[in-house]
Design a binder for this molecule. Structure first.
Ligand SMILES: C[S@@+](CC[C@H](N)C(=O)[O-])C[C@H]1O[C@@H](n2cnc3c(N)ncnc32)[C@H](O)[C@@H]1O
Length: 424
């Protein structure tokens, strides 16, 4: 099972969402049909398997019968390799999810404190009902219970994670307060809840803010399950992008020659379209020197209490005024979630002393091509004070973006076209 926060689909732009010109979901279809991200281990609800999911969509390894030895962790090792007894019969998917990102996530102490502070501020002891989308280990739901929420319902799409959450909740004696439902939030109905919740909490953000379809899942809950007064935690978030000069990145993403040997055919394959995660590159932006060449550009500004996917155009121009001179090697993408004074950020300036955050989220990068040579990527040289135009294209589900430099002559041509259209 691919680790959730490393999933390459969102990063590659081949996101499973409704992008790439696929038809939109018919009215009245199951809400899951139109949502791109399926949590690892979760199963599409009956009648809601989108065509793009492919024939094996629901045959994920942990949709197991208990007797399927192939899914046990020890099954993947040769017999002479020692596997501790505690791990032998545990589903591989669960061991991988916990080791690949849950440890880092739960050790991101400022992340935990961010959620604790939000819950503390908004829970009225004995009165607030709390719904959590994506229980994972159950940590946030247990926080809510300990803060004396009236009731807590936690939905979790992965059966193994749901079982793990239940064990944690029972060990902490909170089973009377917290009910874990193994289902996707899109399957939850008002009948599953004691009453409409006063608080919806979730941490389903990816390396890209919307990489795990947080906006779609929350908008669906808003529409079907919440009151207009339900407080959504966190409520606000912004996906930022900033052009950077970074020699270390350039060294691992370019090649022209070695010792007089021309390697330009290799360089011609440089991918300047996909957004790639730092974890895939194998380094942390917080430990690599780089220069920001402009102020951060807000690409997506989200109010989880109001924003819908359709609020974002599929393609829009952005203007960048350089604040420093240098070669723009890449766009650096990070996000900041806020609620009142609380903030949680993946900006490498803010993850410097938070190894866990870099390991679970990190940042996203897209290499820049100035585009003047059709055969070879060309870096964009920026001068402080000058303005540069780009186009930001979003996948249809508004999850993955791709930024493309628009040279001045193309900008002028677009302006002339617009003038002509106005005159007609
Ligand atoms: C990043 S983990 C967070 C776990 C826990 N809430 C925490 O903060 O420690 C997200 C979890 O949400 C689950 N998940 C994501 N989207 C979901 C959805 N729409 N419905 C149910 N579970 C979901 C994933 O399977 C994963 O276990």
């Amino acid at each position: 099972m691919p680790a959730k926060r490393k999933t390459p689909t969102a990063a590659s732009g081949a996101h499973a969402g409704n992008g790439n010109g696929r038809p939109t979901t018919p009215a009245g279809a199951h809400p899951q049909m139109d949502i791109g991200f399926l949590p690892p281990g979760a199963k599409y609800p009956a009648g809601a398997v989108p065509a793009y999911a492919g024939p094996n969509a629901n045959r994920q390894p942990n949709q197991s019968s208990k007797n399927n030895r192939k899914e046990d962790f020890d099954y993947r090792f040769e017999q002479h390799i020692f596997v501790p007894r505690r791990l032998r019969r545990v589903p591989t998917a669960l061991v991988e999810a916990v080791n690949d990102f849950h440890f880092a996530m739960m050790n991101d102490t400022p992340r935990n404190e961010f959620y604790y502070n939000l819950l503390k501020r908004h829970i009225v002891p004995g009165e607030s009902g709390v719904l959590e989308i994506g229980a994972g280990s159950g940590l946030l739901s247990m926080m809510a219970a300990k803060l004396d929420a009236k009731w807590v319902v936690a939905v979790e799409g992965s059966p193994e994670m749901a079982a793990l959450a239940r064990s944690n909740i029972a060990t902490n004696g909170l089973q009377e307060k917290v009910k874990v439902l193994n289902m996707l939030s899109t399957e939850l109905t008002p009948r599953d809840l004691p009453e409409p919740p006063s608080i919806l909490v979730s941490e389903i953000f990816g390396t890209l803010l919307l990489g795990e379809s947080a906006l779609d899942y929350i908008a669906d809950a808003r529409q079907r399950l919440l009151r207009p007064t339900t407080k959504i935690l966190p409520q606000h978030a912004v996906q930022y992008a900033v052009p950077i000069q970074c020699e270390a990145l350039q060294q691992i993403c370019t090649v022209s020659s070695w010792n007089g040997i021309d390697l330009s055919h290799v360089m011609a394959l440089q991918d300047t379209t996909s957004v790639v995660f730092t974890k895939q590159y194998g380094f942390r932006m917080s430990s690599v020197p780089f220069t920001r060449l402009s102020e951060p550009i807000p690409l997506l500004t989200v109010d989880f209490a109001a924003t819908k996917r359709s609020n974002f155009k599929k393609s829009y121009p952005i203007e960048v005024t350089a604040t420093a001179s240098g070669t723009a090697h890449a766009w650096l993408l990070y996000w900041i979630a806020t609620d009142g004074e609380e903030r949680m950020s993946t900006d490498p300036a803010e993850t410097m002393h938070n190894f866990a955050r870099d390991m679970q989220w990190g940042q996203a990068l897209q290499l820049i091509d100035e585009g003047s040579d059709a055969r070879m990527p060309t870096p964009l040289v920026m001068s402080a004070g000058a303005t540069y135009n780009f186009n930001c294209a979003l996948s249809s589900d508004r999850v993955v973006m791709s930024l493309h430099y628009t040279p001045p002559q193309a900008v002028r041509a677009l302006e002339n076209e617009a003038d002509k259209r106005q005159e007609q």
